[in-house]
Each structure stands twice: as structure tokens, then as C-alpha cells.
Ligand binder design. Structure first.
Ligand code: ATP
Length: 234
């Protein structure tokens, strides 16, 4: 469904991603893991088209989208839920959600999509008239994911959805990731929480200082000696 080939990404003269290739098959949950500063966010932002590529190609459902601007990638169903949620704090939950459905075709289906988001996150329905800035961290993350779902994603890219959340909420967010995948949305998940990520992912890539160092089925990585020592505290 989503394929990246030999991505090279730089901030000015400083290259931070080197030759990264990833495949996200339709219906799968694929994870990109690695420590702080490895280049995970940079890779997602380049896939979304908000950062330019120095070299490499990106394909979505067989179409080469390397040169498409970000909004045309969203229109084709490649949707990023950014790190840090980036909600509009002085707008209500529902207004934030509606802003996710910003193309005319999606606007027509806004009611249907709101129902779907509220079915997944009943807490957002209860708080739909509340200002997004007054939500708890976990609720803000739900709102950010909900806003992503409003855009009718074929591939949903989630950047560190568990960041800064209490352990109980972390469990909850990963349960939502599984539910969204069960509804047929393909997911590319970026996380530092390697333990939980390898429980929900089908396949994972490990990024270290801008290069892929390991990849494989999540179950194999859970048993991998290097992963256990470096990321699972074994
Ligand atoms: P984190 O979990 O901290 O977001 P990450 O794996 O997502 O880590 P990136 O945020 O992609 O890593 O950062 C990769 C490298 O690029 C780091 O060395 C970082 O300092 C650098 N970097 C990130 N953003 C910029 C920027 N806007 N300008 C210059 N360098 C940047």
C-alpha cells in the first residue's frame, strides 16, 4: 500500500536519514522504532510531503507520489497524525475533528465520520463541545487520531501517539491502534515505546542514527537479542 525506496533526507546541509526503504502492506500495522533522534519523525514527515526528500521515491497504492505536495497525498488517503497532537486549543473537540475532513467530498460525509470517531472514542463525544486545550493528554491524543480518521485514511501514520501519557492511557492508545487496524486502515506507527509497539505491530523496522539496522516480523524482533537488550531492557 505504502512503499518508500532509498529515502535520503537532510535539514539543509545536515543529512539525518540515509537510504531508508520501507514497505507497509495493505491492512498491516507496520512500526518504525528507535531511540530519540534516530530520524523517525523526519521519515514520517517526508512521507507525508511536509519535508522534501534529497533522494528516494514514495509510492502509495502503486502510484508514484514522490513529487506530490502534502495536501494531494492527504487527498489520496495518506494521513499523518503528528507528534505533539497539534490541535487547535481554542476550538472545540468537534471543530477540531471537522477540520480533519477538509476536502469537499469528505465534508459531505462529515456526519458519518463523526459518528465513527465517536463510536471509537465515546469520551470525545461526551466532550465534543469542550475546548480542545482543556482536554487531558490522553483525550488530546484521541482527538488528534480522530481528526486523522476524519480524513478517510487508507494509510494512517501515527507519530508517537503514546508520548507523555500515563501507563494506563498508553495501554488504551495501543488498544485503539489495534481497533483502527481491525477496521481496515493500514497503519505506520512510529514509537519509542518498543514493548507495546511490538505487541500490536505485524512487522517492524529499527532505525538507528538515520539508518535501518534491523527489520522483521514483530514476534521475531521481540525475541531478538539486540532488540531485547537495546530497547526492551532485558
Ligand atoms: P524523536 O523521538 O525525538 O522525535 P526521531 O527519531 O523522531 O526522534 P527526528 O526528530 O526525526 O528523530 O530527528 C532526527 C535528527 O534530525 C536528530 O539528530 C535531530 O536533531 C535532527 N533534526 C530534527 N529536526 C530538525 C530540524 N528542524 N532542523 C535540524 N535538525 C533537525
Amino acid at each position: 500500500m505504502l512503499e518508500a525506496v532509498d529515502l535520503e533526507i537532510a535539514y539543509g546541509a545536515v543529512q539525518v536519514v540515509w537510504g531508508v526503504s520501507l514497505r507497509v502492506p495493505e491492512g498491516a500495522v507496520v512500526a518504525l522504532i528507535g531511540s530519540n533522534g534516530a530520524g523517525k519523525t523526519t521519515t514520517l514527515r517526508a512521507l507525508a510531503g511536509v519535508l522534501p526528500l534529497k533522494a528516494g521515491r514514495v509510492r502509495l497504492a502503486g502510484e508514484d507520489i514522490t513529487r506530490l505536495p502534502a495536501h494531494q497525498r492527504v487527498a489520496r488517503g495518506l494521513v499523518l497524525v503528528p507528534e505533539g497532537r497539534q490541535l487547535w486549543p481554542r476550538m472545540t473537540v468537534e471543530e477540531n475533528l471537522i477540520l480533519g475532513a477538509y476536502t469537499p467530498a469528505r465534508r459531505q460525509r462529515v456526519g458519518q465520520h463523526l459518528e465513527r470517531v465517536y463510536a471509537l472514542f465515546p469520551r470525545l463525544k461526551e466532550r465534543r463541545h469542550q475546548l480542545a486545550g482543556t482536554l487531558s493528554g490522553g483525550e488530546q491524543q484521541m482527538c488528534a487520531i480522530g481528526r486523522g480518521l476524519m480524513a478517510e485514511p487508507r494509510v494512517l501514520m501515527l507519530d508517537e501517539p503514546s508520548l507523555g501519557l500515563a501507563p494506563k492511557l498508553v495501554d488504551e492508545i495501543f488498544r485503539f491502534v489495534r481497533e483502527i487496524a481491525a477496521q481496515g486502515v493500514t497503519i505506520l506507527l512510529v514509537e519509542q515505546n518498543v514493548y507495546h509497539t511490538l505487541q500490536v505491530a505485524d512487522y517492524a523496522y529499527v532505525l538507528k542514527t538515520g539508518r535501518l539496522v534491523l527489520e522483521g516480523p514483530a514476534q521475531a524482533l521481540r525475541e531478538n537479542e539486540h532488540v531485547r537488550r537495546a530497547y526492551l531492557g532485558a
